[in-house]
Design a binder for this molecule. Structure first.
Ligand SMILES: NC(=O)c1ccc[n+]([C@@H]2O[C@H](COP(=O)([O-])OP(=O)(O)OC[C@H]3O[C@@H](n4cnc5c(N)ncnc54)[C@H](OP(=O)(O)O)[C@@H]3O)[C@@H](O)[C@H]2O)c1
Length: 237
Protein backbone atom coordinates (compact mmCIF):
# COMPACT_ATOMS: atom_id res chain seq x y z
CA UNK A 1 0.00 0.00 0.00
CA UNK A 2 1.17 3.53 -0.79
CA UNK A 3 2.31 5.76 2.09
CA UNK A 4 -0.11 8.62 2.71
CA UNK A 5 0.52 12.34 3.11
CA UNK A 6 -1.61 15.35 4.00
CA UNK A 7 -0.39 18.74 2.76
CA UNK A 8 -1.92 21.96 4.13
CA UNK A 9 -1.42 25.13 2.13
CA UNK A 10 -1.34 22.87 -0.92
CA UNK A 11 -2.48 25.64 -3.26
CA UNK A 12 0.41 27.89 -2.24
CA UNK A 13 3.76 28.44 -3.85
CA UNK A 14 5.57 25.90 -1.69
CA UNK A 15 2.64 23.55 -1.02
CA UNK A 16 1.77 22.79 -4.63
CA UNK A 17 5.35 21.78 -5.44
CA UNK A 18 5.45 19.59 -2.34
CA UNK A 19 2.23 17.87 -3.47
CA UNK A 20 3.68 17.25 -6.93
CA UNK A 21 6.95 15.88 -5.51
CA UNK A 22 5.21 13.66 -2.96
CA UNK A 23 2.82 12.15 -5.49
CA UNK A 24 5.74 11.58 -7.84
CA UNK A 25 7.60 9.88 -4.98
CA UNK A 26 4.68 7.47 -4.55
CA UNK A 27 2.69 9.08 -1.75
CA UNK A 28 -1.11 9.01 -1.88
CA UNK A 29 -1.53 12.71 -1.11
CA UNK A 30 -4.45 14.69 0.26
CA UNK A 31 -4.12 18.37 -0.61
CA UNK A 32 -5.87 21.00 1.53
CA UNK A 33 -6.60 24.66 0.81
CA UNK A 34 -9.47 27.10 0.46
CA UNK A 35 -9.02 27.89 -3.25
CA UNK A 36 -11.25 25.35 -5.01
CA UNK A 37 -10.07 26.00 -8.56
CA UNK A 38 -6.41 25.81 -7.52
CA UNK A 39 -7.12 22.49 -5.79
CA UNK A 40 -8.91 21.16 -8.90
CA UNK A 41 -5.93 22.18 -11.03
CA UNK A 42 -3.55 20.46 -8.63
CA UNK A 43 -5.62 17.26 -8.67
CA UNK A 44 -5.65 17.25 -12.47
CA UNK A 45 -1.89 17.74 -12.66
CA UNK A 46 -0.77 15.36 -9.89
CA UNK A 47 -3.55 12.87 -9.20
CA UNK A 48 -3.77 13.94 -5.56
CA UNK A 49 -7.03 13.94 -3.62
CA UNK A 50 -8.22 17.35 -2.45
CA UNK A 51 -10.42 18.85 0.21
CA UNK A 52 -11.51 22.47 0.48
CA UNK A 53 -10.92 23.47 4.07
CA UNK A 54 -10.44 26.62 6.13
CA UNK A 55 -8.00 25.50 8.81
CA UNK A 56 -9.41 28.13 11.20
CA UNK A 57 -12.65 26.13 11.44
CA UNK A 58 -11.84 23.58 14.13
CA UNK A 59 -14.96 21.48 13.58
CA UNK A 60 -14.57 21.43 9.81
CA UNK A 61 -10.92 20.36 10.15
CA UNK A 62 -11.91 17.51 12.48
CA UNK A 63 -14.70 16.38 10.15
CA UNK A 64 -12.56 16.63 7.00
CA UNK A 65 -9.67 14.60 8.41
CA UNK A 66 -11.63 12.04 10.43
CA UNK A 67 -10.59 8.53 9.47
CA UNK A 68 -7.60 9.67 7.39
CA UNK A 69 -4.71 7.26 7.81
CA UNK A 70 -1.71 9.56 7.70
CA UNK A 71 1.96 8.69 7.50
CA UNK A 72 3.11 12.23 6.75
CA UNK A 73 1.72 15.71 7.43
CA UNK A 74 3.29 18.74 5.79
CA UNK A 75 1.88 21.89 7.36
CA UNK A 76 2.45 24.68 4.85
CA UNK A 77 -0.68 26.81 5.32
CA UNK A 78 0.05 30.27 6.61
CA UNK A 79 -0.26 33.98 5.96
CA UNK A 80 2.35 36.73 6.15
CA UNK A 81 0.25 39.89 6.24
CA UNK A 82 1.38 43.49 5.89
CA UNK A 83 4.74 44.86 6.97
CA UNK A 84 3.65 46.62 10.17
CA UNK A 85 4.98 47.23 13.64
CA UNK A 86 3.09 45.49 16.42
CA UNK A 87 1.39 48.67 17.66
CA UNK A 88 0.26 49.51 14.11
CA UNK A 89 -1.34 46.12 13.42
CA UNK A 90 -5.11 46.52 13.06
CA UNK A 91 -7.49 44.21 14.89
CA UNK A 92 -8.68 42.32 11.79
CA UNK A 93 -5.11 41.63 10.62
CA UNK A 94 -4.09 40.52 14.11
CA UNK A 95 -7.02 38.12 14.43
CA UNK A 96 -6.39 36.66 10.96
CA UNK A 97 -2.69 36.02 11.66
CA UNK A 98 -3.38 34.38 15.00
CA UNK A 99 -6.37 32.39 13.68
CA UNK A 100 -4.56 30.95 10.66
CA UNK A 101 -0.96 30.64 11.82
CA UNK A 102 -1.49 29.62 15.45
CA UNK A 103 -5.03 28.28 15.96
CA UNK A 104 -5.07 26.73 12.48
CA UNK A 105 -1.91 24.83 13.37
CA UNK A 106 -3.50 23.58 16.58
CA UNK A 107 -6.62 22.52 14.66
CA UNK A 108 -4.57 20.49 12.19
CA UNK A 109 -2.50 18.83 14.92
CA UNK A 110 -5.61 18.00 16.94
CA UNK A 111 -7.07 16.27 13.88
CA UNK A 112 -4.01 14.29 12.73
CA UNK A 113 -2.00 13.36 15.80
CA UNK A 114 -4.39 10.83 17.42
CA UNK A 115 -4.29 8.50 14.38
CA UNK A 116 -0.50 8.83 14.22
CA UNK A 117 -0.26 8.00 17.91
CA UNK A 118 -2.52 4.98 17.43
CA UNK A 119 -0.22 3.79 14.63
CA UNK A 120 2.88 4.81 16.64
CA UNK A 121 4.39 6.15 13.42
CA UNK A 122 4.49 9.24 11.27
CA UNK A 123 6.33 12.40 10.35
CA UNK A 124 5.05 15.94 10.84
CA UNK A 125 6.84 18.74 8.99
CA UNK A 126 6.07 22.32 10.00
CA UNK A 127 7.05 25.18 7.71
CA UNK A 128 8.39 27.81 10.07
CA UNK A 129 10.37 30.95 9.45
CA UNK A 130 13.51 32.68 10.54
CA UNK A 131 11.09 35.50 11.43
CA UNK A 132 10.12 33.37 14.41
CA UNK A 133 13.64 33.25 15.80
CA UNK A 134 15.35 36.45 14.57
CA UNK A 135 13.78 39.83 15.44
CA UNK A 136 13.37 42.35 12.66
CA UNK A 137 13.20 39.87 9.79
CA UNK A 138 9.46 40.25 9.13
CA UNK A 139 6.23 41.87 10.33
CA UNK A 140 6.16 41.85 14.13
CA UNK A 141 2.96 39.86 14.66
CA UNK A 142 3.69 37.39 11.84
CA UNK A 143 7.05 36.83 13.53
CA UNK A 144 5.28 36.21 16.83
CA UNK A 145 3.03 33.59 15.20
CA UNK A 146 6.07 31.87 13.75
CA UNK A 147 7.74 32.01 17.17
CA UNK A 148 4.61 30.25 18.44
CA UNK A 149 5.04 27.63 15.73
CA UNK A 150 8.67 27.19 16.80
CA UNK A 151 7.53 26.57 20.38
CA UNK A 152 4.70 24.30 19.23
CA UNK A 153 7.09 22.21 17.15
CA UNK A 154 9.50 21.77 20.08
CA UNK A 155 6.70 20.98 22.51
CA UNK A 156 5.11 18.57 20.04
CA UNK A 157 8.31 16.54 20.15
CA UNK A 158 7.99 16.43 23.92
CA UNK A 159 4.33 15.43 23.63
CA UNK A 160 5.34 12.65 21.20
CA UNK A 161 8.02 11.24 23.50
CA UNK A 162 7.75 7.49 23.93
CA UNK A 163 6.41 7.26 20.37
CA UNK A 164 8.01 6.86 16.95
CA UNK A 165 6.47 10.06 15.59
CA UNK A 166 8.99 12.50 14.16
CA UNK A 167 8.56 16.28 14.13
CA UNK A 168 10.62 18.48 11.82
CA UNK A 169 10.43 22.25 11.70
CA UNK A 170 12.03 23.97 8.71
CA UNK A 171 12.86 27.58 9.47
CA UNK A 172 12.82 29.16 6.05
CA UNK A 173 14.49 32.25 4.72
CA UNK A 174 13.19 33.85 1.55
CA UNK A 175 11.44 31.51 -0.87
CA UNK A 176 10.20 32.99 -4.14
CA UNK A 177 6.47 32.26 -4.07
CA UNK A 178 4.69 35.60 -4.22
CA UNK A 179 3.80 35.57 -0.50
CA UNK A 180 5.83 38.76 -0.08
CA UNK A 181 3.17 40.69 -2.05
CA UNK A 182 1.16 40.57 1.19
CA UNK A 183 3.70 42.88 2.82
CA UNK A 184 2.48 45.79 0.72
CA UNK A 185 6.03 47.15 0.76
CA UNK A 186 7.69 49.08 -2.05
CA UNK A 187 10.80 46.96 -1.62
CA UNK A 188 11.69 44.43 -4.36
CA UNK A 189 11.95 40.94 -2.85
CA UNK A 190 12.89 38.67 -5.76
CA UNK A 191 14.42 40.51 -8.71
CA UNK A 192 18.20 40.31 -8.43
CA UNK A 193 18.07 38.07 -5.34
CA UNK A 194 18.98 34.40 -5.55
CA UNK A 195 16.04 33.16 -3.44
CA UNK A 196 15.22 29.61 -2.43
CA UNK A 197 12.68 27.92 -4.68
CA UNK A 198 9.75 25.76 -3.62
CA UNK A 199 11.58 22.84 -5.29
CA UNK A 200 14.52 23.36 -2.90
CA UNK A 201 12.13 23.14 0.06
CA UNK A 202 10.42 20.04 -1.38
CA UNK A 203 13.80 18.35 -1.87
CA UNK A 204 14.65 18.97 1.79
CA UNK A 205 11.33 17.52 2.87
CA UNK A 206 11.91 14.40 0.75
CA UNK A 207 15.32 14.08 2.43
CA UNK A 208 13.64 14.29 5.85
CA UNK A 209 11.12 11.63 4.83
CA UNK A 210 13.73 9.30 3.38
CA UNK A 211 15.87 9.36 6.53
CA UNK A 212 15.69 6.18 8.61
CA UNK A 213 12.63 6.18 10.89
CA UNK A 214 14.81 6.46 14.00
CA UNK A 215 16.39 9.70 12.68
CA UNK A 216 14.48 12.91 13.44
CA UNK A 217 15.82 16.05 11.76
CA UNK A 218 14.19 18.21 14.41
CA UNK A 219 15.05 21.75 13.29
CA UNK A 220 16.41 22.81 9.93
CA UNK A 221 17.29 26.40 9.09
CA UNK A 222 17.28 26.91 5.33
CA UNK A 223 18.30 30.21 3.77
CA UNK A 224 19.62 31.44 0.45
CA UNK A 225 23.40 31.65 0.73
CA UNK A 226 23.35 35.43 0.28
CA UNK A 227 20.65 35.96 2.94
CA UNK A 228 22.20 36.24 6.37
CA UNK A 229 20.65 37.12 9.71
CA UNK A 230 22.18 38.49 12.87
CA UNK A 231 24.09 41.57 13.89
CA UNK A 232 22.94 44.48 16.01
CA UNK A 233 21.35 47.80 15.20
CA UNK A 234 22.69 50.75 17.18
CA UNK A 235 21.67 54.26 16.21
CA UNK A 236 23.23 57.42 17.58
CA UNK A 237 21.21 59.84 19.61
N1 LIG B 1 7.86 32.05 1.00
C1 LIG B 1 8.71 32.38 1.97
O1 LIG B 1 9.66 33.14 1.77
C2 LIG B 1 8.51 31.79 3.34
C3 LIG B 1 9.49 32.06 4.31
C4 LIG B 1 9.32 31.56 5.59
C5 LIG B 1 8.22 30.79 5.90
N2 LIG B 1 7.28 30.55 4.95
C6 LIG B 1 6.10 29.77 5.35
O2 LIG B 1 5.88 28.71 4.43
C7 LIG B 1 4.48 28.46 4.32
C8 LIG B 1 4.07 28.46 2.85
O3 LIG B 1 4.41 29.71 2.30
P1 LIG B 1 4.20 30.09 0.75
O4 LIG B 1 5.28 31.04 0.40
O5 LIG B 1 3.96 28.85 -0.05
O6 LIG B 1 2.83 30.93 0.87
P2 LIG B 1 1.61 31.09 -0.15
O7 LIG B 1 2.03 30.86 -1.54
O8 LIG B 1 0.96 32.40 0.19
O9 LIG B 1 0.65 29.91 0.30
C9 LIG B 1 -0.03 29.95 1.52
C10 LIG B 1 -0.96 28.77 1.62
O10 LIG B 1 -1.70 28.87 2.86
C11 LIG B 1 -3.04 28.53 2.60
N3 LIG B 1 -3.95 29.16 3.55
C12 LIG B 1 -3.97 30.46 3.93
N4 LIG B 1 -5.00 30.66 4.78
C13 LIG B 1 -5.64 29.47 4.91
C14 LIG B 1 -6.78 29.03 5.64
N5 LIG B 1 -7.48 29.87 6.43
N6 LIG B 1 -7.14 27.73 5.56
C15 LIG B 1 -6.45 26.88 4.77
N7 LIG B 1 -5.37 27.22 4.05
C16 LIG B 1 -4.98 28.51 4.12
C17 LIG B 1 -3.31 29.07 1.19
O11 LIG B 1 -4.38 28.33 0.64
P3 LIG B 1 -5.63 29.03 -0.11
O12 LIG B 1 -5.08 30.15 -0.94
O13 LIG B 1 -6.20 27.89 -0.91
O14 LIG B 1 -6.51 29.49 0.98
C18 LIG B 1 -2.00 28.72 0.49
O15 LIG B 1 -2.07 27.41 -0.01
C19 LIG B 1 3.77 29.54 5.16
O16 LIG B 1 3.45 29.02 6.42
C20 LIG B 1 4.83 30.61 5.31
O17 LIG B 1 4.68 31.36 6.50
C21 LIG B 1 7.39 31.03 3.68
Amino acid sequence: MKPTAIVTGATGGIGRVIVAQLTQAGYATLALGTNESALADLAARTGCRTRTLDICDAQAVMAALAGEKTDVVIHSAGVLGPQLALHETPDDVAHRLVAINILGTVNILRAVVPAMKAADAGTIVMLGSICGTVPGTGPALYSATKAAMHAMSANLRVDMRDSHIRVTEILLGRVQTGIHDQLGADEEFYDGYECLTPANVAATILHVLSSPAFVDLTTIEMLPTRQVVGGALFSKG
